[in-house]
Design a protein around this ligand. Structure first.
Ligand SMILES: [Zn+2]
Length: 323
C-alpha cells in the first residue's frame, strides 16, 4: 500500500517521498537516503547497474541484484540483494544496520567492549582432521594449530592475554570450544580454519561473522526458520562485524590473496559465544598453488601477522570509542 502511494506521489510532485520500499516483509531504504544519513553522495558508475556512495574517506559500491558490496575495497556479503525500482536502488534496512553502520559509524554501536583477553580456536583436531590435500600432504588440523601458536605469540608480544581451545592434536567439540571461552569471560574469540573445495581452482581468504537475526546466511538465498531466532552470538553483532571487517581487509591485502569477503554463517562456535567473535578461513588447501603457500611456515607466519594487524586496528577503534 505504501508503495502504491509512493508511485502516485512520485508521478505527481514528490519524488523524494519514494525513499523506502517493502518487499516480502523486508524494509528497504533508497541509496539516496542511505547516502544522506552518512553524509555521502551517490554516483552511477554504470547507469542502472552499479552505484557508488562516496565521501572524502569512503567509497561503497552496490550492484543491482547482487548480495555483495565493496566498502573501501573490501567485499562484504549482505543478507539481501540490492533492489532496483523506478530508476532507484534500494538497500535493506537490515543490511544498513548490520553491515554498514557497525563499520562506518561504530560510535553508534553502544559502549565498546574491552579487548585484553583473546581466545584462539584452532579448528578440528584429534579424530577430526578437517580439510586435506593428500597430494601435497596438508591436514587442516595441523595447520590451524601451527597458525594459532604463531598468532598467540604475536598477540602476547603486544600485551594481550591469550588462551587456546586446544594446544595439541586433540578433539574438542564445537560446543566446548565456545563454552570454554565463555567460562574464561574472554573479550574476543577467533576460530582459525583453512578451506576446501571440490573445484581445485577456487582460492582466496574469507572471514565469517555470525549471521544477524532475520538475515539468511551467505550460503542461503532466503530466510529459514532458524534465522528468526536470536542466539547468544547475536548479542555482539556490531562488534563481530567490525572485527571481521578489519581482519578480512588485512588478510587479503597483506597476503595478496583473492578477497572472498566478509561472510555470514551460523557456525556453532560463533553461535554460542558471549563475546565478539569471528572465524577466519585462511585459504584453500585444495588449491595446489595456495595450498603450497599454506604449507610453508613463512606464509603461515605472514598469515598470523595479517590476523594480528587486523585485530590491532579493531583494538585501536575500540580504544578511540572508549575515550
Ligand atoms: Zn575447518
Amino acid at each position: 500500500m505504501r508503495h502504491f502511494w509512493c508511485i502516485l506521489l512520485a508521478i505527481a510532485i514528490l519524488p523524494g517521498f519514494c525513499q523506502a520500499l517493502d518487499i516480502k516483509g523486508v524494509h528497504y531504504l533508497s541509496l539516496q537516503e542511505v547516502a544522506g544519513k552518512l553524509g555521502m553522495k551517490t554516483r552511477w558508475i554504470q547507469q542502472d547497474k552499479t552505484m557508488q556512495l562516496e565521501s572524502a574517506w569512503t567509497k561503497i559500491s552496490f550492484e543491482v541484484n547482487k548480495r555483495d558490496m565493496t566498502l573501501n575495497g573490501t567485499r562484504i556479503f549482505m543478507g539481501y540483494p540490492i533492489v532496483a525500482s523506478r530508476g532507484r536502488f534500494y538497500l535493506s534496512e537490515s543490511d544498513y544496520d548490520h553491515n554498514i553502520k557497525p563499520i562506518l559509524t561504530p560510535q553508534l554501536s553502544g559502549a565498546p567492549p574491552g579487548l585484553r583477553h583473546i581466545v584462539l580456536d584452532p579448528g578440528h583436531g584429534g579424530k577430526d582432521p578437517g580439510a586435506e590435500n593428500k597430494s601435497i600432504g596438508l591436514k587442516e588440523k595441523a595447520l590451524t594449530l601451527d597458525l594459532a601458536n604463531r598468532v598467540k605469540s604475536k598477540l602476547q608480544a603486544r600485551g594481550f592475554r591469550v588462551t587456546v581451545t586446544r594446544g595439541n592434536d586433540t578433539f574438542v567439540s564445537l560446543e566446548n570450544r565456545a563454552q570454554n571461552a565463555n567460562r574464561l569471560n574472554a573479550d574476543l574469540f577467533i576460530s582459525l580454519h583453512f578451506n576446501a573445495s571440490s573445484t581445485t581452482s577456487v582460492s582466496g581468504v574469507e572471514t565469517y561473522a555470525f549471521t544477524p537475526n532475520l538475515q539468511p546466511s551467505t550460503s542461503r538465498s532466503s530466510l529459514h526458520s532458524s534465522d528468526r531466532k536470536t542466539y547468544p552470538g547475536n548479542a555482539r553483532d556490531e562488534w563481530n562485524t567490525l572485527a571481521a571487517y578489519y581482519v578480512q581487509r588485512s588478510l587479503f591485502t597483506s597476503l595478496k590473496a583473492r578477497d572472498r569477503g566478509l561472510k555470514r554463517a551460523r557456525f556453532t562456535v560463533l553461535r554460542d559465544i558471549r563475546m565478539p567473535g569471528i572465524l577466519v578461513e585462511g585459504g584453500f588447501v585444495t588449491n595446489n598453488t595456495e595450498g603450497r603457500n599454506i604449507g610453508s611456515a613463512s606464509y603461515r607466519d605472514k598469515l598470523a601477522t595479517a590476523i594480528v594487524d587486523g585485530i590491532l586496528v579493531y583494538k585501536k577503534t575500540l580504544d578511540r570509542l572508549a575515550k
